[in-house]
Design a protein around this ligand. Structure first.
Ligand SMILES: [Mn+2]
Length: 225
């Protein structure tokens, strides 16, 4: 399914809505930003990410429900995130959904660099009305997904709920992270999925924030992630 990666580069976007370095960059002084473009025969995706942002988001993927979830990641993770995608959604949303996940994962991996000074682990339990979803994650350098959602309907709007798992598979493989998702409660599919993205965002915020006591060191007893 992956045909090629056309370009992976540091950000030099000059558009009016370009994501700018944070006023308060990471404790180690680096600007933790990435801009990644990825083109295949199926999709064309651009992601710009500032991990030390304030929650600004532009999402235009052609998949409205995915846009809604990307807004959750930015807003609750306090990331600045710009995602634009075009893809073969005349077939279905599968390729575009997956490739947005892949490109966002690549941007996370690139923005975090050697992961110096980060807390590395993050967890959160997010309610959304009757839904309650727990996330535990680790920017471990090793991709792993434990997926425990039981979404009762096949679709939310036009979005195929099987694509939630596909999205997280794509992210963890390319961000090189461990992710455990547990659904503790929930009846409504929209609520279950949105609680998952909110918890994921808050856990990512916790894991990617720099720990001043950690300073310049890599958060591993091995000395490398
Ligand atoms: Mn919603």
């Amino acid at each position: 399914m992956v045909s090629s990666v056309s370009q992976v580069s540091a950000s030099s976007d000059v558009s009016p809505n370009a994501i700018k370095p944070a006023a308060n960059p990471a404790a180690n002084g680096s600007n933790r930003m990435a801009s990644v473009s990825r083109t295949t025969k199926e999709t064309d995706v651009q992601v710009t990410l500032n991990v030390d942002g304030t929650g600004k988001c532009t999402a235009d993927t052609g998949i409205p429900f995915l846009d809604h979830m990307l807004h959750q990641i930015a807003s609750h993770g306090l990331f600045d995130l710009e995602v634009r995608a075009t893809g073969d959604i005349e077939i279905d949303d599968h390729h575009t959904n997956e490739d947005v996940g892949i490109t966002l994962g690549m941007a996370l991996h690139q923005a975090l660099g050697d992961r110096k000074g980060i807390s590395r682990f993050g967890h959160f339990v997010a309610p959304l009305d009757e839904a309650l979803v727990q996330i535990s994650l680790d920017f471990s350098g090793r991709p792993h997904l434990s997926y425990g959602l039981d979404i009762p309907t096949q679709r939310v709007g036009t979005y195929d709920t099987q694509l939630v798992r596909e999205f997280f598979v794509a992210i963890i493989n390319h961000a090189q992270m461990t992710l455990h998702i547990r659904q503790l409660n929930g009846i409504n599919s929209h609520h279950i999925i949105e609680a998952t993205f909110k918890a994921f965002a808050r856990a990512m915020r916790m894991a990617t924030e720099t720990d001043p006591r950690r300073a310049e060191t890599i958060p591993s007893s091995k000395g490398v992630i």
